[in-house]
Design a protein around this ligand. Structure first.
Ligand code: 13P
Length: 260
């Protein structure tokens, strides 16, 4: 029996797919089946794989992904346990659909839904309480980077977004520079390495706990061609992938970095 992602294998790298608002049922099924086939044929990888489809596909894809030991995640959840929140999804509903993970604080949620870091921390607390692992996103805008404020902005986001609850076992950080998402532009290796070190320091200072085993993923224009360069940077423990995760072959090309 394969271990569900995020349990005992706490320090394994993670490659996570964020499909965002993409995928009709048929597309989603084809994509998940394609990925499951590649995973089952591809042998052992030294990473965990998580797929975060739109909520309409979660339950539908659960079994095919589970059969290939690919974990399922949601893209967001509400900070309340349940109640009068039309259109929202609760953490427990995600669990009920087979999810082990949820992405929180993605820059598209922060920008399009006015989500603050305080909201993200509340959502994270609720998600952890429901038994989910949290992939908590932080990242600076292009203006922040240009004005030399990237470290401060990301550090402040992280400090406020981190819930009191949780540990490195059930919280993963994803560094996603907003200007690198879907643009084909990525920070250089030194900038990524420096930010990931900073994130570890802030995490340690904020949670005053053990930072060993904390996984910090990089996200923003990761593809099969640049994956090995990015994933080889010290302090990068995996990737959160948008566009390239909409093709099973391209996404697998990223995961394959962790192959033999
Ligand atoms: P892209 O890989 O399309 O740049 O998206 C990254 C992202 O936002 C993942 O959450």
């Amino acid at each position: 029996m394969t271990q569900p992602v995020g349990s005992a294998a706490a320090a394994r790298p993670i490659v996570a797919a964020n499909w965002k608002m993409n995928g009709m049922r048929r597309d989603g099924r084809d994509l998940a089946q394609g990925l499951a086939r590649l995973k089952l044929a591809g042998g052992e990888l030294a990473c965990d794989i998580i797929v975060c489809p739109p909520v309409t596909l979660l339950f539908e894809l659960r079994d095919v992904l589970q059969a290939a030991a690919i974990a399922l995640g949601g893209q967001d959840c509400h900070d309340a346990e349940k109640g009068a929140h039309t259109g929202d999804i609760s953490a427990r509903m995600l669990v009920d659909c087979g999810c082990h993970h949820v992405i929180l604080g993605h820059s598209e949620r922060r920008a399009n839904h006015g989500e603050t870091s305080e909201t993200v921390a509340r959502k994270a607390a609720t998600a952890l309480e429901a038994g989910l692992n949290v992939i908590l996103c932080v990242g600076e805008s292009e203006a922040d980077r240009d004005t030399g404020n990237a470290l401060d902005v990301v550090g402040d986001q992280l400090k406020i977004s981190l819930p009191v609850q949780g540990s490195t076992k059930d919280i993963v950080i994803a560094y996603e520079p907003v200007w690198a998402i879907g643009t084909g532009r990525i920070p250089n290796a030194a900038q990524i390495g420096k930010m990931h070190r900073h994130i570890r320091e802030i995490y340690k200072a904020t949670k005053s706990g053990d930072v060993n085993g904390l996984r910090v993923l990089y996200g923003g224009s990761v593809n099969a061609e640049n994956a090995s360069d990015i994933l080889s940077i010290e302090g990068v423990d995996g990737a959160l992938v948008g566009g390239a995760s909409l093709s099973a072959e391209k996404f697998w090309g990223i995961c394959a970095h962790y192959g033999e």
